[in-house]
Each structure stands twice: as C-alpha cells, then as structure tokens.
Design a protein. Structure first.
Length: 202
C-alpha cells in the first residue's frame, strides 16, 4: 500500500502542474472556481480532461468545490478508463460516499477527519489526509497510513517543520501544499521525507 500511495502522490503532483496551467490559460476560458458550475458542468469537466489525456497525464484529482464533482468523477471514469481518478478537498463523509459511488480511486482531504478517512479506507480506496500536527500524524499512522498531505505548509513552518518531523516520524512521507511556489519547490523536494509537492504557480 505504501508504494501505491507513493506513486499516487507523485502522479497527483505531476497532474497538478499541468492541470493548473491549463485551467489558467485565458484563451480556454476556464477558471478553477467556475469549472463544473452551470448547466454544462459535467460537459466542461469532460472537455478539460480530454485535454489532459492528450498530454498523457495518467492521473487526475477532481476537487469537491462544485456540485458537479461526483458526476464529473463518474463521467471521467466512463470516458477515460485508462486514467487514475480521485476526489480532492473531501470535507464530509457524504462527499466521500459520493466520490466512491462515482468511482473515485483515491481521496485527498485538507484535514484529518477520522470518519472521512475510515469511510474511504473501508471501501478499499487509497486516502491521503491532511495533517498539521504530530497528533494528526500519529492518528494517520494508527490507521496504517504512511503518506499524508502537509497543509498549509508554509504557514505551518515549511521546511523547518518538515525537518523537525523527520526525527520522530522517519517512516512518514509528506506531500506539502499551501504556499509552495516555483521559487521554493526545489527546496521542498530535497527533503528526504517529502514525496511530492502541490502548487498552483503554473
């Protein structure tokens, strides 16, 4: 499971760079906070993911920031069966259930809600919860997780915090997000306990 999650985290980061760039190109008229809204929400998601497929990105995360998220996951799984598709910004057990029913193959959350983690894991789906404290890290370890999201990274102390966590938690890998930029990305990736990073600088 660790290596599956490790590969997943790397792919999520890889996807995020390309997808973030695509969503910010004005000529496409797509904004992250608007995608999935309106009458043609699912159609817009499919249109974007068609572009993703054309640049050979094998994994994608659909965030639950619009009502079209669950339907978008199901549509992507149907139209692009070769892709690994998951749910991001999962904040409730209801969203977790909707994502799983839609065919999500992994889940990512900004925090560590035990009920959400249990709901995802009991379905056999990979989960990367967000952590901000040693207590949350240990709670994730108790559930058998070895890869977690470190959020919001810069506000929590950034690289200095990650170095401090490396001592007591050598078995854990982190995916820092929040305040990551092209300027500090390389510094983060040089840390031994950092598996991947996420950002929206492109």
């Amino acid at each position: 499971m660790f290596f599956q999650l490790a590969a997943l985290a790397i792919l999520v980061a890889f996807y995020g760079c390309y997808f973030g760039k695509m969503l910010r190109q004005k000529k496409q008229g797509i904004q992250t906070d608007q995608m999935g809204k309106g009458k043609h929400g699912k159609e817009k998601i499919i249109e974007v993911f068609l572009k993703i497929v054309t640049i050979l990105v094998p994994v994608a995360e659909v965030t639950f920031r619009t009502e079209a998220a669950a339907g978008g996951i199901a549509a992507i799984r149907r139209e692009f069966p070769q892709m690994l598709v998951g749910a991001g910004t999962v904040l409730t057990t209801e969203q977790a259930s909707s994502a799983i029913e839609g065919g999500a193959q992994f889940g990512v959350s900004p925090g560590s809600n035990g009920k959400i983690i249990d709901r995802v894991l009991e379905s056999g789906v990979a989960m990367i919860p967000g952590v901000a404290t040693p207590t949350e890290i240990e709670a994730a370890m108790e559930k058998g997780l070895r890869v977690v999201k470190f959020f919001p990274a810069e506000a929590l102390g950034g690289i200095a915090m990650l170095k401090a966590l490396a001592g007591p938690y050598p078995q854990m890998k982190f995916v820092p997000t929040g305040g990551i930029s092209a300027g500090n990305m390389r510094d983060y990736l040089q840390q031994k306990n950092v598996l991947a990073v996420g950002g929206s600088w492109m």
